[in-house]
Design a protein around this ligand. Structure first.
Ligand code: ZN
Length: 540
């Protein structure tokens, strides 16, 4: 097995990719190394930055060092880690075409002993008419087919790129067809311009379309992704590898990378980072450095920022909080919030792959948290597995207490103890709470209901979804009598409205009891007497 899965959360995973040079842990960011000019050496990246994999351009090496009979890329770069080589496809994207055949560039990558090689695909780019996009997809697939005999039995891992750009039907076709070929890694081509234009929603659709049509046991590389602000999103959607020169390009233009976006050096009054560069300097001192020194320092910071974010993502995967991290990062830019909204359209697919409980509770901020896979999973399970217990016809729907787990709430425990058994055995007790809707008390000690924090007051979208889910459960469980025990807030009034309406729809008897402090001992004791009266008369 080339790729071994170690842990997962959402579609993101921690994996081990085995190459002939050794194994690397994914997700991994690989800095692009210019073979002609390096500001910091690849070995410094390996030892001081933890870059265990880098990428360089085989085409540029071949053009400039053609008289070297046998180059070993690791010796050439003096780098002890894993080296991936790009084929010159990027130069095709920029210059239209290159003066090498696929066979030449594949053989060259083999000769320089690359660990991960790429076929000579045709990147789709951004602004092409549909007919030309179709050509890039067809030609990439034809070349992939042609490459199979060239790479067969070669010890490097080979990458089969997916093209199609923003044309999702073509991305899907491209992914399906290349899946059938014996590549060990796939890559999504052409997202660079999409990212440069901050079209992260389009990026989400492109990645999800590719991901859902590619074999899950092969890593997915996102070409040209090099900003820490999008790593968590891309990992959450199933990308395992990233490469970019942006750490260096941004440094050249006096730009400082942070996981919340890019800051121009002249706007930087403080250095919000603890890397070796930022902990030794002030923003003012950094600005005052001469250009070459400043560029070097910024480059180092930018690379640290990328590597640190990858480590944060791995920690989030291991503790099951990747969704939280994606939510936090998405607040850094409205385009990322749009991406998160687009991501919610794939909530079912994401939930199917999400890990189960890892000990981390849900933090619910607002409607952007609605696609949290733990919530989606709760609704699916509730719908499929739970309803009115057999032989019980009366529902007691209570406003949820303020502390979780609800069943362990002190006031609730007193209420239950005081309830006469002849009454309690006739009641199906449920709680209503945002954003879940209905929570049968029997489930209230299970995850995610037991470990859960919500920001109050809830927003309108959260209220709407809560109400929808509540109605679904009430309609499905069809009690003949329904008792609502509510508070006096706006949300409680809304619940009563739909409670009455639903009861009428299913022809159930209903009654509402409302209290200002429904969870005070006194009010609960009144509820107890009221239940006794009700069971003695109407509900008996
Ligand atoms: Zn720094």
């Amino acid at each position: 097995m080339t790729f071994e899965l170690r842990d997962k959360d959402l579609l993101g995973r921690i994996g081990r990719l085995k190459t002939k040079k050794g194994q690397i842990e994914t997700p991994a960011f690989m800095p692009v190394i210019n073979p002609l000019k390096q500001i910091i050496s690849p070995s410094e990246m390996y030892y001081d930055f933890g870059c265990k994999i880098i990428i360089t351009n085989a085409y540029i090496i071949k053009k400039n060092f053609k008289n070297f009979p046998a180059i070993d890329i690791h010796e050439f770069l003096n780098y002890p880690g894993v080296v991936m080589t790009d084929s010159g496809a990027y130069q095709i994207l920029v210059y239209g075409e290159i003066d090498l055949t696929q066979e030449e560039i594949i053989n060259f990558q083999k000769n320089i002993s690359t660990d991960i090689g790429v076929i000579l695909d045709i990147p789709t780019g951004w602004d092409l008419p549909r007919a030309e996009v179709e050509t890039t997809v067809r030609e990439t697939l034809r070349r992939a087919e042609e490459a199979i005999s060239l790479i067969k039995d070669h010890e490097a891992l080979w990458v089969g790129p997916v093209q199609g750009g923003r044309h999702l039907d073509l991305v899907s076709e491209s992914a399906k067809k290349i899946s059938k070929m014996p590549f060990q890694i796939h890559a999504l081509g052409s997202p660079t311009e999409v990212m440069e234009r901050y079209m992260y929603s389009v990026l989400v659709k492109m990645i999800m379309t590719a991901k859902l049509n590619l074999p899950p046991n092969r890593p997915l590389h996102l070409f040209g992704a090099g900003h820490p602000m999008i790593f968590s999103l891309a990992v959450a959607l199933g990308c395992d590898l990233f490469d970019s020169a942006s750490y260096a390009l941004y440094a050249r233009n006096d730009r400082y990378l942070t996981p919340r976006g890019t800051i121009r050096l002249e706007k930087l009054n403080f250095l919000p980072c603890n890397c070796p560069v930022c902990s030794k300097l002030t923003a003012h001192e950094l600005r005052e450095k001469i250009k070459s020194e400043r560029e070097l320092l910024l480059l180092k910071h930018n690379l640290h920022a990328c590597m640190t974010e990858i480590r944060k993502i791995k920690q989030a995967i291991s503790e099951g909080s990747l969704w939280n991290l994606v939510e936090i990062r998405s607040r850094g830019h409205p385009a990322l919030v749009s991406a998160l909204k687009t991501m919610t359209k794939y909530k079912n697919e994401i939930e199917e792959h999400a890990s189960g409980f890892k000990g981390k509770g849900i933090f619910y901020s607002d409607h952007l948290s609605l696609a949290n896979p733990n919530l989606v999973r709760y609704w699916k399970k509730l719908n499929k597995n739970y309803g009115r217990p057999q032989g019980i016809n009366t529902l007691l729907l209570m406003k949820a207490p303020a502390t979780t787990p609800y069943k362990e709430n002190d006031e609730f425990k007193i209420f239950i103890t005081e309830l006469k058994p002849r009454i309690s055995e006739k009641l199906h007790i449920c709680f209503y709470a945002a954003p879940y809707g209905c929570i049968p008390s029997i489930l209230s000690e299970t995850f995610p209901l037991s470990q859960f924090e919500i920001a109050n007051p809830i927003d309108q979208e959260t209220m709407n979804i809560t109400i929808t889910k509540l109605i679904e459960y009430l309609e499905k469980s069809r009690h003949s009598s329904m008792i609502l025990y509510r508070g006096e807030e706006k949300f409680d009034k809304k619940v009563e409205e739909v409670f009455i309406k639903t009861a009428n729809n299913i022809s159930a008897k209903q009654i509402t009891i409302k209290e200002k402090n429904p969870w005070s001992i006194d009010e609960l004791s009144k509820l107890n007497s009221k239940l006794e009266q009700l069971f003695a008369t109407a509900l008996a």
